[in-house]
Design a protein around this ligand. Structure first.
Ligand SMILES: [Zn+2]
Length: 381
């Protein structure tokens, strides 16, 4: 079975936009890694304790995508390139969260009133069906609300998001043992990329970043070309299988959940002109304003460095967004300055690593490295 790992460095994921760390399905655990992890454990624990003490006056925003009943649910691409957690892991993360933080709803964050000393907000991106079917019962058992960021065109046009369509096609290409060359729809441009790798995982790894630089009509053209070459087409019921319907969204809203804006087509906003960024946010806002529980808050698609600029945030503000959420991975000082809030992507099976992330460990390590070792000298080593 092909594994989508980087042969040069198994710790480095193929997809730079979604960083699947510590997911046992993605990485072999070598003895060396395990020993290194154990050696760093006391240091990690003390850093987490220190970070948690400092967490008073902060807002931790967690970002989830899919929560599945079992580890094996989902296809090849979804398993490895999408952020999927089994219910068991999700439940234990939420249990830990309730012991150390006060989970608040989006309305409390937007109210302008002071938040509890250690506040946390739970969010889900894209509106996957298993959020309503699997995550909702878990959160309900703890009496917790959450916010779901929806894609405008999924709701308005029943359009399958392009990433889901791409994943489905490559899943099926792999099932059919299709030659990777036959699905290489970007040709020389993809071949000249530094991250070119073999097989379907390689195609996905090189194709997705290239498609992220394009607007929706160009992506549609490429995907139609891929469908033609493979002789298959993503089925219309894929949307219903993967994404929440309006009834489910209304049910969540009835239980105190809120809905936010995840743009109209889930494009990389940094690759679009200002006018198109505005359209992506405003069109989704117009569609979602009719949904129960909608709040004008934007979760940036992809959300990592390179997927937005300061101009993107300005445009979002002008489009009426009250908050703009990234996926940069740190708790926030709250109230902070401006409308930008970071989120921690919860893509880890490791309880310890989840606590490390939630405690702001990543930021603490980064600032410690910045102080002790200037970034220039780190780059050269
Ligand atoms: Zn998304």
């Amino acid at each position: 079975m092909l594994k989508p790992m980087n042969p040069m460095n198994p710790l480095k994921p193929l997809n730079p936009m979604h960083v699947p760390m510590f997911n046992p399905r993605n990485y072999p655990v070598s003895c060396r890694q395990m020993l290194l992890g154990l050696a760093g454990l006391p240091w990690t624990l003390s850093l987490m304790r220190m970070s948690r003490r400092r967490a008073r006056g902060t807002l931790l925003v967690l970002c989830y995508h899919r929560i599945t009943e079992s580890v094996s649910a989902g296809g090849f691409c979804d398993d490895h390139y999408f952020i999927t957690l089994p219910k068991r892991v999700f439940s234990s993360q939420i249990r830990w969260l309730t012991r150390h933080y006060r989970v608040v709803g989006l309305d409390e964050v937007l109210s302008g009133r002071p938040l509890p000393p250690k506040a946390a907000l739970i969010t889900f991106d894209d509106g996957f069906r298993d959020v309503a079917e699997t995550a909702f019962p878990v959160l309900s058992s703890f009496g917790l609300p959450a916010t779901v960021f929806l894609i405008g065109s999924v709701i308005r046009e029943k359009r399958i998001p392009w990433i889901t369509r791409l994943h489905w096609l490559l899943d099926h290409a792999r099932e059919r043992n299709a030659d990777a060359g036959c699905v290489d729809i970007l040709g020389d441009e993809a071949r000249s990329g530094n991250n070119r790798r073999d097989g379907i995982p390689g195609v996905l790894a090189s194709l997705k970043p290239l498609l992220k630089r394009r607007d929706i009509h160009e992506i549609d053209e490429r995907l139609a070309c891929l469908e033609e070459r493979l002789g298959i087409e993503a089925p219309h019921n894929l949307l219903g299988q993967r994404f929440m319907d309006q009834e489910q969204i209304a049910r969540l809203a009835g239980h105190g959940w809120t809905v936010g804006n995840h743009t109209d087509h889930h494009l990389n906003l940094a690759s679009l002109g200002d006018g198109r960024v505005c359209e992506e946010i405003a069109h989704a806002g117009d569609t979602l304003a009719a949904m129960p529980g909608y709040r004008p808050v934007l979760a940036l698609p992809f959300g990592l460095a390179g997927s937005f600029t300061s101009a993107t945030v300005d445009i979002a503000r002008r489009c009426g967004m009250r908050l703009v959420l990234t996926s940069l991975g740190s708790p926030n000082r709250f109230p902070g300055q401006g409308i930008l809030l970071d989120r921690v992507i919860c893509e880890t099976f490791s309880g310890l690593y989840f606590r490390f992330l939630a405690s702001g460990g990543r930021k603490a390590v980064k600032s410690m490295l910045d102080k002790t070792m200037p970034s220039n000298s780190r780059r050269t080593t």
